[in-house]
Design a protein around this ligand. Structure first.
Ligand code: HDD
Length: 712
């Protein structure tokens, strides 16, 4: 309620944290000696001179020309003129958070990586979530893949797991990445569209490149419009290796599973949110952390023994393939908790530099040709984005482990290396810094000594040739609702494509090979003939369905962090508001009291009730659920208030649980809505419980047919 209006800062929460949480945060922050706090400090120039007047340029007379000698003004303006750095070529729009990783137990049998050995060890992490296509200021809720990049500050150096919220990728070989990115980015002549793939160049490319079919169907699924960053799965995508102290290597795929479950927006919600709250995802993450509802993910791996590399009907090195979890379940390794917001967006979220090539002993690459190319691209991109090869010295990128070596100079070097010898071997500085033996106890990095015997060729392995069977597996593993959403997404996107031959090629040469019903339904929506058969023979995969792919099977526990709107007007029953809020707060939901305006309302008991916002200021699309408490005058006012009625109707259309006081039947009648498992009437704990259960199911799917008739 009002306590939620101005959520306490993390530091203010210290007293309410469990000692465990407070200790973890204090420990992590004590490692960061570079934060600067200006509290109590004089305003000075960059050279340390105290500034007496920050309001006026030095002039010849108070109406005269400005003087060039004004070093204070010149320094300030010059710095301002150079404030921008190039945004990321892809994944420009992002948001970050600090947190920690903790292993559940020792995983020494699997890897010698230090951060996975000891359940007592807390490893700091910084995570950056992003969209791919749009620029820095683009909307959060566009249909797009989401980046899920994690920097582990381990004692043995930084490990960057630079993944996405989808487990596959559009292309199989890194040399195609610039082509793919040029196709998906806004079109070159008019720089449209911003943040989306619904345009000719994207569909031209993907309809010509069948290896993209699997990833494109993920992008047309609800995974591409996540409800929140807290409800996304993350994937390392490629096959990696984990290596134990005895040198035994296993192939692994990395997974992040959100404790809050996997949930998505509806397309109508996503589009409206892009206008009503461009910052919807970053705000949600920020607020969840500020209010102590720390998002949490389980980190796990699918493990494939070295000798089983070839036992699947797809190639482990092909980044357009998953290993279905039904074939190889995910082994949980530990948890990641995000518990601290950055102090400074630019210094932390913008300057953080992820590189898939940042690994630590116990982890190694596979020969996935997409991964191999990424190992080059990221370091290269940071050099131009962050202005030189010293980007590892920027505070957010600094490893906790020391990093002595003979590399020196270059732009923005901040370390003052002592000693005379920046070469190795040397005898002048006693031979330091020295190499470390690779044995587990010593910790020197050693690449897995894979035996390679091959010709140098520019060829794709025949084992990468099947592009459709897993796209088909994905479609056929979806619930009917999810399938409908996929059909709508293809129809919407292709409907924006101007050239009919591109639409037709996607339908006939891609969709028909995935699933003929999918192709026929999309064709019908585009006014094209339904294809009778596909253009290639698609191999029969060993699985017909993978239930682990359907979000319907991936709901989280409880309603922690879910947002509930409570609609009030003058005359609301303050007692029932209190009891509802208590019931929801006990479940760690986030509650916002919304009134006709931002002014407090007067309860039936004559007290002032502070509201968090007006119903217009926080529209229904922001929320997971809504409640209308009792109070005759309040109900009467809401029943006559178009904004309130639209709020409820829209929440209903978006399949959100709605609870109303028993005496609110008139409001329902006015809206012409009938009660269902998520549209409840009641005033007591039993009703609150049913409401909470409905919220935990995320949406009232049974309502979908009825909701279609409600105007958007
Ligand atoms: Fe990439 C950024 C994820 C393929 C080249 N990529 C970037 C980010 C993520 C990914 C999450 C943003 C990191 C951040 O928040 O700063 N990229 C992926 C995944 C891929 C992938 C999961 C396939 C499995 N990427 C990929 C290829 C190439 C790149 C094949 C080039 C050959 N990616 C880049 C980049 C970026 C980048 C141009 C832009 C900014 C940056 O690196 O730091 O180098």
């Amino acid at each position: 309620m009002s306590s939620k209006k101005n959520p306490p800062k993390e530091s203010q929460l210290a007293g309410t944290q469990t000692p465990d949480r407070a200790n973890t945060n204090a420990k992590l922050q004590s490692l960061e000696t570079f934060r600067s706090d200006a509290t109590g400090q004089a305003l000075r120039t960059n050279q340390g001179v105290k500034v007496a007047d920050n309001q006026n340029t030095l002039k010849a007379g108070d109406r005269g020309p400005s003087l060039l000698e004004d070093f204070i003004m010149r320094e300030k303006i010059t710095h301002f003129d150079h404030e921008r750095i190039p945004e990321r070529i892809v994944h420009a729009r992002g948001t970050g958070a600090h947190g920690y990783f903790q292993a559940y137990e020792s995983h020494a049998a699997l890897t010698k990586a230090g951060f996975l050995q000891d359940p007592e060890k807390i490893t700091p992490v910084f995570v950056r979530f992003s969209t791919v296509q749009g620029p820095r200021g683009s909307g959060d809720t566009v249909r797009d893949v989401r980046g899920f990049a994690v920097k582990f500050f381990t004692e043995e150096g930084n490990f960057d797991l630079v993944g996405n919220n989808m487990p596959v990728f559009f292309i199989q070989d890194a040399i195609k990445f610039p082509d793919f990115v040029h196709a998906v980015k806004p079109e070159p002549h008019n720089e449209m569209p911003t943040g989306g793939s619904a345009h000719d160049t994207f569909w031209d490319f993907v309809s010509l490149v069948p290896e993209s079919a699997h990833m494109v169907i993920w992008a047309m699924s609800d995974r591409a419009i996540p409800k929140s960053l807290r409800t996304m799965q993350g994937f390392g995508v490629h096959t990696f290796r984990l290596i134990n102290a005895q040198g035994k290597s296993s192939f692994v795929k990395f997974h992040w599973k959100p404790k809050a479950g996997v949930c998505s927006l509806l397309w109508d919600e996503a589009q409206k949110l892009a206008g009503k709250d461009t910052d919807y995802h970053r705000r949600d993450l920020w607020e969840a952390i500020e209010t102590g509802n720390y998002p949490e993910w389980e980190f796990g791996v699918q493990i494939v023994a070295e000798e089983d590399e070839h036992k699947f009907d797809f190639d482990l090195l092909d980044p357009t393939k998953i290993i279905p979890e039904e074939l190889v379940p995910v082994t949980p390794l530990g948890k990641m908790v995000l518990n601290r917001n950055p102090d400074n967006f630019f210094a932390e979220t913008e300057q953080v530099a992820f590189c898939p090539g940042h690994i630590v002993p116990g982890i190694d690459f596979s020969n996935d040709p997409l991964l191999q190319g990424r190992l080059f691209s990221y370091t290269d991109t940071q050099i131009s984005r962050l202005g030189g090869p010293n980007f590892h010295e920027i505070p957010i990128n600094r490893p906790l482990a020391p990093n002595h070596n003979g590399q020196r100079d270059a732009q923005h070097r901040t370390t003052l290396d002592k000693g005379r010898a920046s070469y190795e071997p040397n005898s002048i500085d006693g031979g330091w810094p020295k190499e470390t033996a690779p044995a587990a106890s010593e910790g020197g990095f050693e690449s897995y000594p894979e035996r390679i015997e091959a010709h140098k060729v520019r060829q794709r392995s025949p084992s990468f040739a099947d592009h459709f069977s897993q796209a088909r597996l994905f479609f056929q593993s979806m619930s009917p609702t999810e399938q409908e959403h996929i059909i709508s997404a293809y129809s919407f996107e292709l409907g924006k494509v101007e050239r009919e031959f591109i639409r037709a090629r996607e339908v006939n040469e891609i969709l028909a090979n995935i699933d003929l019903t999918l192709a026929a339904r999309v064709a019908a929506n585009l006014g094209l003939p339904a294809p009778k058969k596909g253009t290639v023979d698609v191999p029969q995969p060993s699985l017909k369905q993978s239930p682990a792919l359907s979000q319907m099977n991936l709901l989280g526990e409880g309603i922690k962090g879910r947002k509930v709107a409570v609609l009030v007007a003058d005359g609301v029953d303050g007692v029932s508001v209190d009891s509802l809020v208590k019931a929801l707060e006990a479940e760690s939901a986030q509650i916002k009291i919304l009134g006709p305006s931002s002014a407090p309302v007067k309860t039936a008991q004559g007290k002032a009730l502070a509201v968090d916002a007006s119903m217009e200021g926080m529209p229904s699309v922001i929320f997971d659920a809504a409640w209308v408490p009792g109070g005759k005058a309040s109900l009467q006012a809401l029943a006559g208030d178009g904004v309130a009625l639209h709020f409820l109707l829209e929440a209903y259309k978006h399949l959100k649980p709605i609870g109303l006081a028993s005496e609110a039947q008139a409001v329902l009648d006015k809206l012409g809505l009938k009660a269902d498992s998520g549209l409840l009437l009641g005033n007591d704990d039993k009703a609150y419980k049913a409401f909470i259960t409905a919220i935990s199911k995320h949406r009232v799917w049974e309502r979908e047919a009825a909701a279609k008739a409600i105007p958007a």
